[in-house]
Design a protein around this ligand. Sequence first.
Ligand SMILES: [Zn+2]
Length: 422
Amino acid sequence: MSSPMLDMECRVCGERQVELFLDLGAQPHCNRLIPPALAQVAEPKFPLRAGFCRACTLVQIDHTIPKESMFRDYPYVSGTTRTLVEHFRDSAARLVRRYGLGPDDLVVDIGSNDGTWLKQYRPFGLRTLGVEPAGNVAALATEAGVETLNRFFNAETADVILAGPGRARLVTAAGVFFHLEELHSVVEGVARLLTPDGTFCVQAIYLGGMVENTAFDQIYHEHLCYYTLRSLEELFGRHGLAVHDVGLVPVHGGSLEVHVGFPGAHPVSDAVLAMRAEEERRGYGRIETYRAFAENVQALGRDLRALLERLRAEGRRVHAYGAPAKGATLLNAFGIGPDLVECAVERNPLKFDTLIPGARIPIVDEAATPRPDAYLMLAWNFLDEFLARERAYLEGGGQFIVPVPRLRVIGAADLAPTDTAR
Ligand SMILES: [Zn+2]
């Protein structure tokens, strides 16, 4: 059996061998929340389709919304999430130790957002420079004292940095590496910028984790590519760089962290060999794996809709808990609207009184909204934080509907004994 080929050149290898395996329909740009004034106006929708390259194994979407329209102002500010701040603090300390970085060394962060990661290098006295295309968050970083270039990172930007602060012993990119439209120019820029013994540390959502957890809601227009170790090695190899270490980090529901440098500059760790073998064993280089993933997505959609329809028939009220970008993918892929989920509660005032794109579910102030019978947990990657925060709600009979990694309903009985004993 073969699926249709997407009309595109692979974003890594350039071959026209990208086979469609998951079609999530026409979807709006998921980070463009709809303000009340535009509630009656239909927003533009774009195809959201994922394909697998038979030549280099990269998983990618075919439709590119131009980066200038996507990232001019970006509503996601990393410093607002406690889990992420802790994650960046640990990562910074680990990288400084591992590579023996000192006060003369420069660290460059690509897609530096509000400077949350770079701030974590302050105790070590390193020189830092952020590169952030979204003007509003770049300004936040500058105000917080984190030197930031407000532009896209690419080969040209690397030359600007070389002419100023000079070469970097560490270049980092967290959570941006799947956004990059100019992928090859970015990697070329990193290769120019690194010292001969330098390291590029990339954190990206791991395709393996998405497959194992049916986390298809990580697929949205901002994310052009979905990586395995193998597909990243294909990419870096084209620019004279090689992976020397790899690991999984517990953020965004499982991310891949790879360390890349010039071949021979660092010994290749056993973890690299082990992960290559594990990916081979799990079939991440074969289309059949992704067809099975797509079938799991369809089954999840049927089960989740059936559950929400049953709750509605019983007269029970369901709200979404949070309105993250990934939530829009899930709601729109499964045709879930305000008839099944009345509203989405949020703590970020910037989102109040807007509508979730496509699904048109109103986003409201959590503090001013009576509790429903159940919450649909769209930001499932922060589930542990939410379970701790909402223990009283669950003990009072409330429920969490968690769609990923498998559909389940969590109530007071499911709280760990140490949680309920207090
Ligand atoms: Zn390819």
